[in-house]
Design a protein around this ligand. Structure first.
Ligand SMILES: [Fe+2]
Ligand SMILES: [Fe+2]
Length: 165
């Protein structure tokens, strides 16, 4: 069954949101790379790569269902964050926004009685739980250590352990 046009449009909008997420994380990575926080930067680059994969998942799904992926313009993200805490707080807020977007997509698929799309979106529903959890944990950690240079050094090293994917 071919995807309904309104679902193609909504899924294309989500491709844009996922790529905008990648753009945001790349911008943060560049900022912390510049500020010699290579661990944080590495974590953010891995996160950006994940977001590109999210976009590709939707791209493939649209194609599998006989639709066409169409790319929209992406606004430039900020270039600088005053601290790792400011960046990860922004990341958490952003992930909460993406969770809302996914929720709306699920609702749309349900209203369109497109079960395949609804099932496809379940992966994203679960992924957003993880996304909010990981950003939230880092926000908590950074809040606890405050301005401690030593603790920030340790956190930078810890975040640098993250593997791609
Ligand atoms: Fe994502
Ligand atoms: Fe995400």
């Amino acid at each position: 069954m071919k995807l309904q046009d309104k679902l193609v449009d909504a899924l294309n909008k989500q491709i844009k949101e996922e790529l905008a997420s990648a753009y945001l994380y790349f911008a943060m990575a560049a900022d912390f790379e510049f500020k010699n926080r290579s661990g944080i930067s590495g974590w953010l680059k891995a996160q950006a790569a994940e977001e590109v994969n999210h976009a590709m998942r939707i791209y493939d799904y649209i194609n599998d269902r006989g639709g066409k992926a169409v790319l929209a313009a992406i606004d430039a993200p900020k270039a600088s964050w005053e601290s790792p805490l400011a960046a990860f707080s922004a990341a958490l807020k952003h992930e909460q926004f993406i969770t809302e977007c996914i929720g709306k997509l699920v609702k749309l698929a349900r209203e369109a009685e497109d079960t395949a799309t609804e099932v496809f979106l379940q992966w994203f529903v679960n992924e957003q739980v993880e996304e909010e959890k990981s950003a939230g944990e880092i926000v908590d950690l950074l809040t606890q250590v405050g301005e401690s240079r030593e603790a920030l050094f340790m956190i930078d090293r810890e975040l640098g352990q993250r593997q791609e994917g």
